[in-house]
Design a protein around this ligand. Structure first.
Ligand code: FAE
Length: 547
């Protein structure tokens, strides 16, 4: 799943027999839980960090998909840009020689300012697998709201650092439900192709897929889907497929075949650092301040905007507060980051003219996870590539598109694992709580039930056909559904509601939203291609008319 969770390597010590029996694992888990490493890369704030008092023509808040598209296109149009990123730059190896921690052994690098991991897949064989780690400005933020945990990437590259790289373009006939005000022909003829080219999306070599050990789990997933009458569709990814072939041949250091995902990928994945951000560097017009967090934006006396920025150290403490000015400000802090900033700035009087749509229309892309226990003759393989290649499409009939996800534990689990994206209709709202000084989200845990019902349209049928059952040990003891989280936050400053049809914020000229906050809660598939394509569309218009 690209979107997928996995257990820390509590699994490695398990024999097949103990796994199947679901007993005898306590010692294995306890041993792993005590082994947190303190590996930390050097703090790497950019040498070019923005000086206090600076004036910049364009300031971009956040370095994920929306922010990278905006910065590249502005720079190519001759505009000097400064990008502000609260996470680290992730360009310096830690003591183990690697920039990123492995998924099976989370360490300080793995989580954003937590003292204990909060792994999406919280249990294995029913036993909790989270462990203590040193508090550090790590790469994956598990941000907790009342009814949901929202996973996000932190660092230069945003979500591209931690995600599974599934680069999925929604079906054209579903696009109207995603962004009804946007011209479909323009998106499918121009902006989706531009985004996919910029991201380096490509589909797996079908012949290799049929033969390689590392996709046995996906072939089993396909077989089960097709036997129940569901189409299995291959989807492109941003992984370098030639590199993965070399990994399988033992010719290069492994990343997908070492199970790397969630806490960064050391080699084969084309994160934004290797695509848009590399091109940004070539323009010579963009500087990036890592470990810098924007806390305020307000109109400046002489025109433009005053932006307040906290410089952070790797404990998350503020070491310096800087004030700069910018002619134009692009909010690209991700759906949650942008929504939280705008809601607070409106409520506290920094940007009072923002409209009442700010903070509204937030959804979880209908994310829900589950596992199935296969028969012994349907082994899913001890070697599983961490990059999924396809999904089960039951969107039109049942409201669910399910990624056939890896469970790369290093042992045979006989499990099939899925992240479903569902047509969940529930939408939540961010609001300002003056008493706590925090932005809250009113999502309710019970709102996941429609997602479970939609996912069951696929997996109840497959289980009935195959004579199999759901796994009940992955999200707690005797708990089937991973219904407490999302990897795909969307909305909060929705296109044509909080902004005009190109992301210009109502109430203020020169302020723009250009990230997942624009999309009203669901994309029917994994979202980053749509976020990128919409950003390509909007920035083209903004450059043509506003500069
Ligand atoms: P994002 O990439 O989140 O970038 C926002 C950036 O802003 C981050 O780097 C933040 O640290 C930074 N920021 C936030 N607040 C501030 C502030 N106040 N000051 C300075 N910087 C700030 O936003 N999507 C797919 O399409 N396919 C997948 O396979 C997939 N797998 C995923 C797996 C995981 C584990 C996760 C967490 C997500 C996955 N996603 C996937 C979702 C995808 O990564 C996400 O939709 C995009 O990254 C969102 O892009 P944005 O540009 O909106």
């Amino acid at each position: 799943m690209s979107d997928f969770p996995m257990p820390s390597n509590g699994s490695k010590g398990f024999s097949r027999r103990t796994f199947i029996a679901g007993t005898g694992s306590i010692l294995g888990v306890a041993a792993v839980a005590g082994r947190a490493s303190a590996a930390q890369p050097a703090a790497a704030p950019s040498a070019a960090s923005i000086p206090a008092g600076a004036h910049v023509p364009a300031l971009v808040i956040g370095t994920g998909y929306g922010g990278s598209v905006a910065a590249l296109r502005l720079a190519q149009a001759g505009v000097d840009v400064h990008m502000i990123e609260m996470g680290m730059s992730w360009d310096t190896p830690g003591p183990d020689g690697k920039i990123f921690a492995n998924t099976t052994s989370p360490d300080a690098r793995s989580f954003w300012l937590r003292t204990k991991t909060k792994q999406p897949l919280s249990n294995f064989l029913g036993f909790p697998i989270d462990r203590d780690i040193p508090k550090y400005t790590g790469i994956l933020d598990a941000e907790e709201f009342a009814g949901i945990t929202v996973y996000q990437g932190r660092g230069v590259g945003g979500g591209s650092l931690v995600n599974g790289g599934m680069a999925v373009t929604p079906k054209r006939e579903n696009f109207g439900a995603i962004l009804p005000s946007v011209n479909v022909d323009e998106m499918y003829n121009t902006y989706y192709p531009r985004a996919n080219a910029g991201l380096g999306a490509a589909t797996i070599d079908p012949a290799w897929f049929e033969n390689t050990d590392c996709y046995q789990y996906a072939r089993v997933g396909r077989k089960h889907a097709q036997r129940s009458g569901f189409p299995f569709v291959f989807v492109p990814t941003v992984y370098d497929w030639d590199y993965m072939k070399q990994e399988a041949a033992g010719a290069v250091p492994k990343s997908a075949l070492a199970g790397e995902i969630l806490y960064g990928n050391n080699y084969g994945k084309k994160s934004l650092q290797k695509t848009y951000l590399a091109r940004i560097k070539e323009t010579g017009r963009v500087t990036i301040s890592a470990l810098h967090k924007v806390t305020s934006v307000s109109p400046a006396a002489g025109g433009g905007y005053t932006v307040t920025i906290d410089q952070l150290d790797t404990t998350g403490a503020t070491t310096l507060t800087k004030t700069v000015t910018a002619d134009k400000v692009f909010f690209a802090a991700g759906s949650v980051g942008t929504s939280k900033l705008l809601v607070r700035l409106k409520a506290t009087g920094a940007l009072p003219n923002l409209n009442a749509e700010i903070g509204q229309g937030w959804g979880d892309n209908g994310n829900v996870m589950c596992g199935r226990a296969n028969h012994m003759w349907d082994s899913t393989g001890s070697l599983q590539a961490s990059i999924p290649t396809g999904g089960i499409d039951n969107w039109n009939a049942g409201g669910a598109f399910a990624e056939v996800a890896p469970l790369p534990t290093g042992i045979e689990t006989y499990a099939s694992f899925y992240l479903s994206i569902t047509k969940n209709p529930n939408r939540a709202r961010f609001s300002w709580n003056a008493a706590t000084g925090k932005v809250e989200l009113d999502w309710q845990a019970a709102w996941k039930q429609p997602s479970i019902d939609m996912a069951k349209t696929i997996f109840d049928k497959i289980n009935a056909k195959e004579g199999t059952i759901y796994r009940t040990d992955l999200f707690g003891a005797y708990k089937i559904w991973g219904d407490h989280l999302t990897y795909h936050p969307l909305g909060g400053a929705v296109l044509t509601k909080a902004t005009d049809n190109y992301g210009r914020l109502y109430g203020y000229s020169g302020l723009y939203v250009i990230d997942g906050a624009l999309i009203p809660g669901n994309t029917s598939v994994n979202p980053f291609v749509t976020i990128t394509a919409l950003a390509e569309r909007n920035i083209e218009k903004i450059i043509a008319t506003d500069l």
